[in-house]
Design a protein around this ligand. Structure first.
Ligand code: PBG
Length: 328
């Protein structure tokens, strides 16, 4: 049966009918709020290219996280801005460092908030690469011990999930072993399994002051045209012990999100990265896009593609709209 008997417009005639047949529903339950923690006290600095997002000291960060949690956002992911950077990224596994301090404060003040700790070297190294560097090479195997030490430090501080984002081979297995040997067999790993070498990370690198000082990340992050390789990355990370996997960025890689969803059964995250956030903010500021509408549409698209949860700088704003019963 086709037209004129079949008319798909019948079910689009009212908001109540549309609500009834809606296939994808956004909920604050699906959001993780990324946060940047810096040393000191009482400071909150807005990131120029990310309006509404701040680098902040632990005391301020706790207040921001409290707001997110009160809006129904279940968790946050922490990125650290250490007081000093060096070649081996010493700040990454310093038990007195910015991330462990933030983890302890968050778990003390908001025990039910899920605290995820990003595990990577690039925020802590003076050269800005995600691992140990020799000459112009980012060395894989020597980096694994550094990542493992960082993961164990965050576990000891009390985080709920560690999330390696460096893209070294074998890091999930190394971190799993390190956690198990140190009494953290119950701590889950969310691996940034398919992380692409993307121009959309630009604003994050301003926020974290983590742009590589030489070269680029093409020798470790994935080549944007590849999707079969993403499935290999995900398969290996699951074999190595990843409890959850991630695709990053989100919007330019929704086909990857879908492909991973169809082949694997572990929980799947997508990271709507800084550039995706900045584009929407900038266009909305110019009056070129309707901010709330495209924010909700972008998040809905990521969930519709198959992500179980989304790391998004919009977490608070979107949760606020959902709470008010407004959706895109
Ligand atoms: C690396 C890391 C990056 C992001 C998250 N973890 C940056 C990079 O690989 O350069 C980017 C997130 C974003 O753009 O929002 N530790």
């Amino acid at each position: 049966m086709g037209f004129p008997e079949r008319r798909l417009r019948r079910l689009r005639r009212s908001e109540t009918a549309r609500r009834l047949v809606r296939e994808t529903r956004l909920s604050a339950d699906r959001f993780i709020y990324p946060m940047f923690v810096m040393p000191g006290e009482g400071v909150r600095q807005e990131v120029a290219s990310m309006p509404g997002i701040h680098r902040q000291t632990v005391d301020r960060l706790v207040e921001d996280a409290r707001e997110a949690f009160a809006l129904g956002v279940p968790g946050v992911i922490l990125f650290g801005l250490p007081p000093v950077k060096d070649a081996r990224g010493s700040g990454a596994d310093d038990p007195r460092g910015v991330v462990p301090s933030a983890v302890r404060a968050l778990k003390r003040e908001l025990p039910d908030l899920l605290v995820l700790a990003d595990v990577c070297m690039c925020e802590y190294t003076d050269h800005g690469h995600c691992g140990i560097v020799e000459g112009n090479e980012v060395l894989n195997d020597p980096t694994l011990a550094r990542l493992t030490a960082a993961a164990v430090a965050y576990a000891e501080a009390g985080c709920d999930v560690v999330a390696p984002s460096d893209m070294m081979d074998g890091r999930v297995a190394a971190i799993r072993r390190g956690l198990d040997e140190n009494g953290f067999a119950d701590l889950p790993i969310l691996s940034y399994a398919a992380k692409y070498c993307s121009g959309f990370y630009g604003p994050f690198r301003d926020a974290a002051d983590s742009a590589p000082k030489f070269g680029d990340r093409r020798s470790y992050q994935m080549d944007p045209p590849n999707v079969r390789e993403a499935l290999e990355e995900v398969a290996l990370d699951i074999e190595e012990g990843a409890d959850m996997v991630m695709v990053k960025p989100a919007m330019p890689y929704l086909d990857v999100v879908r492909a991973v969803r169809e082949r694997f059964n572990v929980p799947l995250a997508a990271y709507q990265v800084s550039g995706e956030y900045a584009m929407i903010k900038a266009a909305a500021r110019n009056g070129w896009l309707d901010h709330d509408r495209v924010m909700m549409e972008a998040l809905t698209g990521i969930v519709r593609a198959g992500a179980d949860f989304v790391l998004t700088y919009f977490a608070k704003e979107a949760a606020r709209l959902l709470r008010a019963g407004l959706r895109g």
